[in-house]
Design a protein around this ligand. Structure first.
Ligand SMILES: Cc1ncc(COP(=O)(O)O)c(C=O)c1O
Length: 335
């Protein structure tokens, strides 16, 4: 049996009837930038996140983090970034010219990363930020479908990389802002400072636009997001139930071995001691297990980076495929 980490072709089949005529029409029309589709996607994503946020679509999740930081902090700002994240969070802060702070000390803003889709720490992080009087920014790149994502901080950056819970048909990202003034600034930065009202370029910026074709597909996929995430939660419940009595497989962040209710399960991650042997054994059995990530964002090896392994949790996997993974994980940790 083969159990891929994710099956994007199956996702496409869920939207193909509507998507294919739309994409062909756009290709034929010549309207490739499709700003009307991008704006519609922004409105629909803002409505999905809720709380009256303003959404700005862009060209990748890395760009989304950078836009978020540039729009909400001063150029000299010191921005706290956790080391247990994908390297892009750190790289985007550095590219913005702000100082990324990985360990303690005075900061002007803090980025929280909802790693794997979990907001389990959100309350305590929000409280610490409130006590310190600094804004909380969310890297929600792994948290689409977690209904708290985008509702906790001043702004939230989402990657729309194809394998994310909401993934485009190419690179993409979107930032949500609580305040319009920040969204307006991000829009200027996104398009070389172009201000539509005056038809002038009023500041320096970049070209970080989302393409129309991508927006067309994302609007259709957004309608499927909750259903896909619900299936991922069911798979997570199967995993948790099966590993409850296997002490050598640790599932962090899951109180009472129940899936954390808001978790979007971008990844289902377990910790095992002999990680690389388990990984090799699963791969040999046709299982698309992966490692997120082999080092911290600043390149260190820690217990976390040495022990974590991501098990397949694509929404199109069958119960039989998940049972096959469970059986092999149990076998691999015994040998
Ligand atoms: C936590 C996190 N931040 C940022 C990014 C960067 O997103 P992208 O690959 O779309 O640039 C990703 C995804 O890859 C991510 O998982």
């Amino acid at each position: 049996m083969q159990v891929p980490a994710i099956d994007l072709a199956a996702q496409w089949r869920d939207i193909a009837d509507e998507a294919e005529p739309l994409l062909l029409a756009r290709a034929r029309s010549g309207n490739y930038l499709g700003s009307e589709a991008v704006e519609a996607f922004e409105q629909e994503w803002a409505a999905y996140v809720g709380g009256g946020v303003h959404a700005v679509a862009c060209s990748s999740g890395t760009d989304a983090v950078e836009l978020m930081v540039r729009a909400t902090t001063e150029p000299h700002a010191r921005v706290s970034v956790p080391s247990e994240t994908f390297v892009a969070t750190l790289g985007a802060v550095e590219r913005s010219g702000r100082t990324a702070v990985l360990s303690g000390g005075h900061v002007h803003a803090r980025i929280a990363v909802w790693l794997y889709g979990s907001t389990a720490d959100a309350d305590s992080i929000a409280q610490e930020c409130a006590e310190a009087g600094i804004p909380l920014l969310e890297d929600a790149s792994q948290a689409h479908g977690n209904r708290l994502a985008g509702r906790i901080g001043l702004a939230a950056a989402f990657s729309l990389y194809p394998s994310k819970n909401l993934g485009g048909i190419g690179q993409g990202g979107v930032v949500t802002f609580r305040h319009k003034i920040h969204a307006d600034k991000a829009r200027l930065i996104r398009e070389h400072g172009y201000e539509r009202a005056t038809d002038r370029h009023v500041m320096r910026g970049f070209n970080l636009r989302m393409d129309g074709l991508n927006a067309d597909a994302l609007r259709l996929k957004l309608r499927k997001l909750d259903g896909w995430v619900a299936r991922k939660r069911d798979i997570a419940a199967m995993y948790l139930d099966s590993f409850r009595l296997v002490p050598s497989v640790r599932c962090d962040n899951h109180i009472d071995w129940k899936p954390e209710p808001d978790h979007s399960f971008h990844q289902f991650v377990v910790r095992v001691k002999n990680r690389d042997a388990v990984l090799a054994s699963l791969r040999t059995a046709g299982i698309g297990a992966m490692v997120h990530y082999r080092t911290t964002a600043d390149g260190r090896e820690t217990e976390w980076s040495r022990e974590t392994i991501s098990l397949p949790i694509g929404p199109h996997l069958s119960d039989e495929q998940i049972q096959y993974v469970i059986d092999h994980v149990k076998k691999a940790v015994r040998s």
